[in-house]
Design a protein around this ligand. Structure first.
Ligand code: AMP
Length: 395
């Protein structure tokens, strides 16, 4: 796996695919700069080695050139974070980009305009990729968030750098962290899978059954499993057509010696609302008119035991409707258990969309070993798929 260490960047122009797809407010201020901060180590290293940096990214989903999606809005913030004045090219191709790249000196940083102003980017157009490639000497992919897309700047471009391509620090760390869970993990390994639907997590569940000792299943998925086993789930969310699949997962888990832990009690509400009346009930005796929206105290006690005995923990998906204060307790407590286990030496990886926002919202980010930056990309890796952006560098 080639990384920055394998290259001498002195007087070279590094063409880096970063993920600067950051949220902006109505005045175009960056409201969360995590992704820019995440790219800083790679940029710093190349600049310190005497190279210059050309940054490529997308922002939002523009239909053609739309000012509100211009990357010019983030130049100020990026300059602040990187500690250098970031230059901006008002186009990512053509004369504008070429001249700006050619004028770049060692120690300087150039940001290209939004790649998705051209439909060729997402189409994975080879000529477009070739034109981008002509701007730099070494291609560095540091955008985990788009590594599962075979776009021009994330994948296709790599073929124009047969020997001069590598992973940036962020992407390399993402891959290493995942390998610590899926490949060289210290046992016992526990995966916590929450979220709303079995159908969106099924491939992940199937793939990781081979790699874990314990699997905690929570969130809305719980009820498909409970109903499939004959429980009474009231009005809880359920995918009726996935009940056979749930039973099959339980059977497979037994065969593979994986212990499955499902909530035994839940916080049941008389409406899908933070103001609903609630009661704690057994997970298989939920009255009609009630729905389970969070894990109950006995369940959390069970989960705590499993988590604190684990040496490797993967967490994807909330245990309840954490967006509503009254149903956030399970997710917060789970985060606390994982934080405690991590402090005692376990390796913990949080990845995939909602659990990352939960961890951030509840201030647990620094207590996890690693919090992934890529939602969809992380899920696809957990599904056992090879991401095109990663494969293109390894080729
Ligand atoms: P996912 O995108 O599949 O990870 O699902 C995340 C969503 O699942 C969050 O928005 C949660 O509010 C939701 N969720 C978690 N537990 C439940 C539940 N018991 N009933 C309904 N939705 C839930």
């Amino acid at each position: 796996m080639k990384t920055l260490q394998d290259f001498n960047f002195k007087d070279k122009k590094a063409l880096i695919r970063v993920d600067f797809n950051v949220p902006l407010d109505e005045n175009f201020n960056v409201t969360d700069a995590t992704r820019i901060e995440a790219a800083k180590p790679t940029i710093d290293k190349i600049l310190a080695a005497g190279g210059s940096v050309i940054l490529m990214s997308h922002l939002g989903r523009p239909k053609g050139k739309e000012d509100k999606y211009s990357l010019k809005h983030i130049v100020k913030k990026a300059s602040e974070i990187l500690g250098v004045e970031v230059k901006f090219a008002e186009d990512c191709k053509g004369e504008v980009a070429k001249n700006a790249a050619a004028a770049l000196k060692a120690g300087e940083v150039l940001l290209l305009e939004n790649l998705r102003f051209y439909k060729e980017e997402e189409a994975g157009d080879v000529d477009f990729a070739k034109e981008l490639a002509s701007l730099g000497d070494i291609y560095v992919n540091d955008a985990f968030g788009t590594a599962h897309r075979a776009h021009a700047s994330t994948t296709i471009i790599a073929q124009f750098f047969p020997n001069d391509k590598c992973f940036g620090t962020l992407l390399a760390t993402e891959i290493e962290s995942l390998n610590k869970v899926l490949k060289d993990s210290e046992k016992p390994v526990t995966a916590v899978l929450g979220g709303s639907k079995v159908s969106s997590k099924i491939t992940v569940i199937e793939n990781i059954l081979d790699k874990v000792d314990h699997m905690i299943i929570g969130g809305g998925m719980t009820f498909t499993f409970v109903k499939a086993q004959g429980g009474k789930i009231g009005d809880s969310i359920c995918e009726d057509d996935k009940q056979d699949l749930a039973l099959e997962i339980l059977r497979l888990a037994k065969e593979k010696n994986v212990q499955i832990h499902i909530p035994v009690d839940v916080v049941a509400a008389n409406a899908f609302s933070n103001d609903a009346e609630t009661q704690i009930v057994d997970v298989d005796k939920i009255p009609d008119g009630s729905q389970g929206l969070d894990a109950g105290p006995k369940s959390l006690e069970n989960f705590k035991k499993v988590i604190l005995e684990s040496k490797t923990i993967l967490w994807n998906g909330p245990l309840g409707v954490f967006e509503m204060e009254n149903f956030a307790n399970g997710t917060i407590e789970l985060g606390n258990f994982i934080a405690e286990a991590t402090e005692k030496g376990a390796f913990s990886l949080v990845g995939g969309g909602d659990s990352v926002s939960a961890v951030k919202q509840f201030g647990l980010e620094d207590k996890m070993s690693y919090v992934s930056t890529g939602g969809g990309a992380m899920l696809e890796m957990l599904e056992g798929r090879t991401l095109p952006g990663i494969a293109a560098i390894l080729d």
